[in-house]
Ligand binder design. Structure first.
Ligand code: NAI
Length: 795
């Protein structure tokens, strides 16, 4: 028993264990094995196989859980499919009541769920009790609101159907909430697979669904490992896959779903920068580091794991960090005075150890808390690497443990360069008392979430998700709802008729006839008309098979040159929306001065004079539409915490590849290229292969319309070949493809490389002359990614 004197000397907390009797009783009730939750019933695995679940704080087995087979997944998908018609047809208000009832029950069971989560995952009870579970309840309340407002706020949108959802082990119940709440609010039904390390709170949630009276089959939970997840991904009757986990598995899922028509959102890994400027409140920033990398044992996809410290304050800051690290208490997650709990599993602990060893082998200096670690269970001391290089493994790889790396920088320019020097782009943190500098840095971060003078803040009202290899799609906020909705017009589109036309040939046209307009269109790269690298052109035929000219046969080298030119034109994204609008208006103005010429070209291709004139007029109007939208499709301020503005900004992707379909040669081109550049992207566009000449005629319009060099690049040639090169290219951040269903599948598969965002026509025919189909906010949404910047205010 410590004396008062000794307690006063150390000011240390004594142990304060949280009781877990209710949980052990509950686990005992299920001693024979937890079952899947399918169609409102708890059912055993079809082959009766179970797997063990461990308490990471002791290494002891605490439960046995059904291992999902292909048949189990199929049964769950069928149950979800059966429940879909009536659930999706419920008025939003009725669904809101269900979500509200779930939120209430979660709140009533907060303590139970918190203790269970800590026992299953190893996270300190302080975190599960004060962060995870309250956020879970908040998520269901928030999305009860979207269910209520769906009909008025998302007019013209409807649910997707059955959603397959696969979640990781780091925030088990919170990730479930992030997935299930928006899916149900939008009117979908779900099959969710929890992570194999941490399935228990999902099963407790299944009990809550029953108690809340949720109709059978609306939520189904199938437990199991990666193989079970793969069955869900590959199931033909699933309409959407939402995944959170490692980038490796994200890539596998991208490739597996390619061409299936399944909507996909991926929330993957990160190596997020944590920038400390020399004018920062250093003590606050030290607490920030505690929350950034030692919170949840660093097992956080958006953990601020790369500390970038301005040189002048680096020694002082590191000294403060070392002191603070020593005061962190590591131990039993159920002890209320513990800061750092257990690592989720022995395999994960092993992975952390290996990466840390590699860091030392590569010359890094490891600073580690001298705290005593419990004798049992999977624990790792809070750690910090210094003396590391930007290319070191520990600087580049996600460690997913309580290990930060620290580097220094001199200027804000250097900080931004280092921060963005990663293949990931999930989150970033900036500490500075100079709000101008902090916001300027935030704007330049290639990351989906940026916290200013704070870190790891989450709320249901703000979207969360990544750039680059951290995935695509957002969870939370209005933006997150779109991941579970489809516009009615998209669903109603017919399939592209099997057409295609003959392969492009560099040989002279077979037909002796000639329409008389003989000009060889070049490519348009970096603002210049250039010959194709191949030196070849192909004959462009009209609908009667008569040659009406030649177009360059572009190849991969031309695409690479075009991407390089587009990369260099980065100033376009920084131009004001007003400036971009002016350029678009100017394009429209110059096109209207040449209506007769363009209509003549379309007529020569085989259109009637009337239809040709209409297409040119429609193109002008479409350009006006996107000029108008350039400064109107703006972001939001989300209502998250008090004394905090959370800015949701629409940012361009950067370089986009656009492959046009075969319909409406001019209007189809304009309909895809204009929204992309209106939002600040630079594009490499491939016009319809068989009638590219209306698009190539636009070169002269571009040249006279103040379009900066490299903003629009046009490469003609074989769509599928050029699409492959664009999909493979790491500089291309987003790809739009219009073509056959097989072509869609090919680009989605190839895009798995750098996990670029893709938007394809899914083999459907877009009628560009239909105003509801051919233009709208859908295009702008696909041309932008949302960055949420959190800015606290007040002293
Ligand atoms: P993981 O990506 O393998 O597991 C995440 C989920 O995906 C689990 O439910 C798992 O069963 C499932 N899964 C695995 N393979 C699958 C497949 N082929 N098809 C469908 N589902 C599949 O992550 P793991 O192995 O648990 O952790 C490895 C590393 O991944 C960690 O060290 C960390 O770096 C990273 N990670 C990142 C997370 C994040 O939130 N971004 C979460 C978990 C892990």
């Amino acid at each position: 028993m410590p004396t008062i004197k000794s307690v006063l000397a150390t000011m240390d907390y004594g142990p304060s264990p949280e009781a877990n009797t209710h949980i052990t009783e509950w686990l005992k009730l299920h001693e024979s094995g937890f079952r899947h939750f399918i169609g409102g019933e708890f059912v055993a695995a079809s082959d009766k196989q179970n797997f063990d679940v461990y308490n990471p704080a002791s290494g002891a087995i605490i439960a046995r859980v059904a291992q999902g087979t292909e048949a189990d997944v199929d049964a769950a998908v069928k149950a979800a499919r059966k429940a879909f018609p009536s659930w999706s047809k419920l008025p939003g208000h009725a669904r809101a009541r269900h979500l509200y009832a779930i939120a209430r029950l979660i709140q009533k069971r907060e303590r139970f769920l918190s203790v269970l989560e800590s026992m299953d995952n190893g996270k300190p009870i302080r975190e599960s009790r004060d962060i995870d579970i309250p956020l879970v309840a908040r998520h269901f309340y928030y999305h009860a609101g979207w269910a209520e407002l769906l009909e008025s706020e998302f007019k013209g949108y409807g649910p997707l159907g059955v959603c397959g959802q696969i979640i990781p082990w780091n925030f088990p119940l919170l990730m479930l909430a992030w997935k299930i709440a928006p899916a149900l609010a939008a009117g979908n039904t779900v099959v969710l697979k929890p992570a194999e390390f941490t399935p228990l709170t999902a099963l407790a949630f299944a009990e809550i669904c029953r108690e809340a009276g949720l109709p059978a089959g609306v939520v189904n939970i199938v437990c199991g490992d990666g193989a079970t997840g793969a069955h869900l991904v590959n199931h033909k009757a699933v309409d959407k896959i939402a995944f959170t986990g490692s980038t490796e598995v994200g890539r596998i899922i991208r490739a597996a779903t390619a061409g299936s028509g399944k909507k996909l959102s991926l929330e993957l890994g990160g190596k997020s920068p944590f920038i400390v400027y020399e004018d920062a409140d250093l003590d606050a920033a030290v607490e920030g580091v505690v929350d950034a990398i030692w919170f949840n044992q660093g097992q956080v996809c958006c953990a601020g794991s790369r500390l970038l410290i301005q040189e002048g304050v680096a020694p002082r800051f590191i000294a403060k960090l070392k002191r603070r690290m020593e005061t962190l208490r590591v131990g039993d997650p159920l002890d209320k005075s513990i800061d750092v709990g257990a690592i989720v599993a022995s395999a994960q602990l092993q992975r952390i150890r290996e990466l840390v060893k590699k860091g030392e082998d590569e010359g890094g200096t490891l600073l580690q808390s001298s705290c005593a670690l419990p004798a049992q269970g999977y624990f790792f001391a809070p750690s910090l690497f210094i003396d590391v290089e930007p290319a070191s493994t520990v600087v580049q790889e996600e460690i997913f443990g309580p290990v930060a790396v620290a580097m220094t920088f001199r200027t804000p320019e250097e900080a931004v360069l280092l921060a963005n020097h990663t293949r990931y782009g999930l989150a970033a943190t900036v500490w500075s008392e100079n709000i101008n500098l902090a916001l300027d840095t935030a704007a330049r971060m290639k990351a989906g979430v940026v916290w200013v003078n704070s870190t790891n803040l989450f709320d249901a009202a703000a979207g969360f998700g990544g750039y680059r290899e951290s995935g695509f799609g957002r969870e939370g906020g209005r933006e997150g709802m779109y991941e579970y909705l489809s516009s009615d017009w998209l669903k109603a589109l017919p399939a592209v008729p099997a057409r295609g036309g003959p392969a492009l040939s560099a040989l002279p046209a077979a037909s002796a006839e000639h329409a008389g307009i003989d000009r060889t269109a070049k490519l348009f790269i970096g603002g210049k008309q250039v010959r194709p690298d191949s030196g070849y052109s192909y004959s462009v035929l009209n609908t009667k098979g008569v040659s009406i000219g030649q177009a360059g046969l572009g190849n991969r080298k031309d695409i690479r040159n075009a991407v390089e030119a587009a990369s260099k034109a980065s100033g376009w994204g920084g131009a004001t929306a007003h400036n971009r609008a002016q350029v678009l208006y100017y394009i429209a103005e110059n096109l209207s001065a040449r209506v007769a010429e363009f209509a003549g070209r379309l007529h020569a291709m085989g259109q009637t004079p009337k239809s040709a004139a209409e297409e040119v007029e429609a193109s002008i109007r479409r350009i006006f539409y996107y000029a108008a939208q350039a400064d109107k499709y703006d972001g939001r301020v989300h209502s998250t915490r008090s004394r905090n503005v959370t800015l949701a900004m629409n940012e361009p992707f950067g370089v986009m590849g656009i492959l046009c379909g075969d319909g409406a040669p001019l209007l189809g081109f304009v309909s895809l290229v204009m929204p992309a550049i209106a939002m600040g992207n630079r594009v490499v566009a491939v016009p319809a292969a068989h009638h590219p000449l209306a698009a190539t005629d636009l070169y002269q319009v571009m040249e006279t319309s103040d379009v900066p060099d490299g903003v629009v690049n046009i490469v003609t040639g074989d769509r599928e070949e050029l699409a492959k090169t664009l999909a493979d290219h790491d500089e291309v951040a987003c790809l739009w493809y219009h073509g056959s269903a097989a072509g869609c599948a090919a680009v989605e598969k190839a895009s798995a490389g750098n996990l670029k965002s893709t938007w394809t026509n899914q083999g459907k025919l877009f009628d560009w002359k239909n105003w509801d189909v051919g233009q709208g906010e859908e295009y702008l949404r696909h041309a932008t990614q949302i960055k949420n910047i959190w800015i606290p205010y007040g002293e």
